[in-house]
Each structure stands twice: as C-alpha cells, then as structure tokens.
Design a protein. Structure first.
Length: 446
C-alpha cells in the first residue's frame, strides 16, 4: 500500500490495494481480486519499467475491472538537466547539449536552437543558401527516421512484429545517410549558428538519390501490412479519440492535431529555412483517432521524400558554395579536414590557421575557447518537428553563454492528452493511445 506517492494521494490509495504490474497476465490480477471478494477500483502503476510505454514513462491508472476510470502521467525519470547545463557553455557548445533531448529527432532540436541564436545575432539573411538547403534535407531525412520508429514501435506494442522489423530496417538507411553527411548516426551537433559544420562529402548526392528511390519501393510495404488490415484497423480505429476542440485547448500539435482535419504545419503557416520554396502538401485525416495518426505519419514520409528530391536538385547546383556565414567572428571553420588518425583537425588545417597570422591564431583560439557574444534579447523560432511544434526560447544578456534556453517540446505538451484519450477505455487501449502520441521521454524531461 502506498501512502506517500506524489501522484496518488492517501485518500485514493489507502482504501484499497495498489498493484504494480510487471508484465504478468492481467488475469492473475483480476483473479486475485475475485478470490478476495474485492470489487472496488484498483490503482495500477504501469511503468516506468514497462516495455510498452515509450521509454521511462509512468502511468498511474485507476481501474474498474478492465475499464480505465482515471489515467495520469508520472514523468521525470529521464531528467538530464540539459537546459540548465546550456547556461554554462558557449552558444555553439549549446548545440551539443540540445541535440540529445529528443534523441529521435536531434536535427530538429539543433535547428530551432540555431534559428533562435541567429535571430538574436540578426544574421538570418546572411546564412548561406546551401546551409539552409542542407538543413532542410537533413530535417526531412530525420522526419522519415522518426516516423519509422513511431510506426515500428507502435506495431511492436500491438503485436505486429513484421512492421517493427521493417521499420527499423528502413531507419538504418536514414542513419547511414546521417553518418555519411555528419559523421554520426545521432547526436550530431551538425547544425551550428551561422550554417552547418561541414559541406557534403563526395558522392553524398548519389547516395541520397539512391535512398529516395529505395524508400519509394519500401514504403508501400507498410500500407500493404497495415492500411486495410482488419486486425490492425480494428485495434486502432476509434481508439485514443481527441477532437479539434480538445487539441486546441491542450496545445496539441503535429500528427495528433492534423488527425482532426486541421492542416496546421509550421512549414506552411510560418515557414523557416526556406520551406516556402518547396512543393509539398500538408497531410490530414478526419477521424481524430490512432488510425488517422498512423496514416498521417505514413503519408508524411512520402511528402518528405518529395522535399528531399527537391533539396538534392538544388544542392547539385550549389557545388562549392559556402555552408557557413562569412563573418569570422561568428562562424566556426566549416571546411575542416580529419587527421590521419580519424580524429581532430588535419595538419594542413592547423598549418593554415597558424601560418595565416598571429592575430588569426589568437582570434581562432578565443572563438573556440570563449565563444562569440550575442546581443541582449530573447527569441523564439519554432519548427515543425515529427511530433509537433518544437521551439527554443533563447535569452541572452549580451554574454558568450545563453542566459536561459528553454524548449517547448511537443512530446511534453502532447502527453497532456493522455487522460482525455485513455479514460473510459480499456487497459489495452492505453498502450494504443500512448503509441499514437509517439512521446519521446528525452524531450519530455530535458
């Protein structure tokens, strides 16, 4: 019996037994209650160890039989202190922190942060075109990889194991592209204030076009497995219902909002990084349920492929163009070469810095160790991340470090819908509702 639970008060838990479910059959719980002649409501802790709750999320469920009468979220089990840590690092170093928040969409974390810093620096118009196109390209590949995980893990939680295996199969292709372009599969720190860290490596455009061609063959497999599958539809249709009024009241964005038929997408409504120059459609559904959210994510991957093709065509005409702002007081060197040991800078690059002039060497040293100063002020530039509106509120006091950096993460906001979506349904439907939200706890706890 629990009496000091922050999420379940004494009056709610001391009148009956509290059960922590650890993966056994639900029948064992209900049978135990029946044997004791107990017919009252029970409180069940689902998580944070439960494999079907998208990471370290705790759900406190009050049940009457198998019907959920009350559902609450317990968060904080993945707290990293990223936002606070960013106050003790330079503006450029902050990218290496925020990229680790929502670990399934790291490039969106970097993009919204850098766009805010660039607005404070008043250099938005000076960021090279090639850098903006590369940002769009990387974000759309990241959107596909994130949606693949959402569909794969959602399928796994429902028992559709083939959907899980092919989802992660395709995600590997996305991560291979990230490794080729940024050097890392995740936590890239590639998008920097003023541009991006490096130009595209040789052969990257051919790999990107090959990826698009292969994905156009692979994506129909998901439709064949799921779209008209009566078992899949029966499991998702009408589950986790959340209408437009509820979404607007709770601040819900992303596929959950668009599943109500409302075409709100920041790439169209408040364009950034030049999205107004790309042709694509905002995908909506009209059922406001888990099935609609699945269909939207599947359709959005097709739209991302359209954008990737357009970005690749534009990059082909920008061969040799700069990818970092020309202001040497802000832009870190963007044409770094890796040494023979695979680490650090090449000897040629070090020779270039040290041989240019003593002033250049001193300036480079100060830029790396101290960082550049950002004029006092605050900015908020949101982006359309895979889970909805992701924005960084960056505040500067005129120094070389952020005075405050706070992120509006869609996973955190969307989790508010848990109660509205789950209460009144069955225990098994809680998993479907949470899966349709696709929360990432790294973004929730920060």
């Amino acid at each position: 019996m629990t009496t000091n639970d922050a999420f379940a008060g004494t009056s709610e838990t001391s009148e009956g037994r509290v059960f922590t479910v650890t993966g056994q059959d639900w029948d064992t719980i209900t049978q135990g209650l029946a044997d004791e002649g107990i017919e009252e409501r029970v409180v069940v802790n689902m998580g944070p160890q439960h494999p079907s709750t998208h990471g370290v999320l705790r759900l406190i469920l009050e049940l009457e039989g198998e019907t959920v009468t009350e559902a609450r979220c317990g968060i904080g089990y993945l707290h990293t202190g990223i936002e606070k840590n960013m106050e003790f690092r330079s503006w450029t170093q902050g990218v290496t922190f925020c990229t680790r928040m929502d670990y399934l969409s790291p490039l969106f974390n970097e993009a919204t942060y850098c766009l805010g810093v660039e607005r404070l620096l008043d250099i938005e118009d000076q960021v090279p075109e090639k850098a903006q196109v590369m940002r769009v390209l990387l974000m759309e590949i990241n959107r596909i990889s994130s949606h693949l995980v959402a569909i794969a893990t959602g399928g796994m939680e429902l028992g559709a194991l083939t959907v899980m295996t092919i989802g992660f199969r395709e995600r590997e292709l996305c991560l291979d592209l990230f490794e080729l372009i940024t050097g890392l599969r995740m936590n890239h720190a590639f998008i920097r204030p003023g541009g991006v860290a490096q130009d595209l490596p040789p052969g990257a455009l051919e790999e990107i076009r090959g990826f698009v061609a292969l994905m156009k063959k692979r994506l129909p497999e998901y439709a064949a497995f799921c779209n008209a599958n009566p078992i899949f539809r029966g499991r998702l249709e009408g589950i986790g219902h959340l209408d437009l009024e509820a979404c607007l009241a709770l601040g819900i964005t992303g596929p959950v909002l668009r599943s109500t038929g409302y075409p709100w997408d920041l790439r169209k409504t408040e364009p950034y990084c030049g999205y107004e120059d790309y042709e694509f459609d905002v995908q909506t559904w009209d059922t406001a349920d888990s099935y609609g959210r699945f269909r939207i994510r599947l359709a959005e991957m097709w739209e991302s492929l359209r954008i990737i093709e357009q970005a690749a065509d534009r990059l082909a005409g920008l061969e040799g163009a700069p990818v970092m702002i020309g202001d040497k007081k802000i832009g870190w060197p963007s044409q770094l070469a890796i040494g023979s040991d695979g680490m650090g800078n090449s000897l040629d690059h070090i020779r270039h810095i040290m041989g240019e002039s003593m002033e250049a060497l001193i300036h480079h040293f100060k830029l790396v160790t101290e960082g550049f100063r950002v004029p006092a002020g605050q900015a908020y530039v949101p982006v359309e991340a895979p889970r909805g509106e992701l924005g960084a509120h960056v505040v500067s006091d005129g120094g070389t470090r952020p005075f405050r950096a706070h992120f509006r993460d869609p996973s955190f906001t969307n989790l508010q819908a848990t109660s509205a979506m789950a209460e009144g349904g069955m225990v098994a439907d809680v998993i479907v509702a949470i899966a349709s939200l696709d929360p990432v706890m790294g973004g929730v706890d920060r």
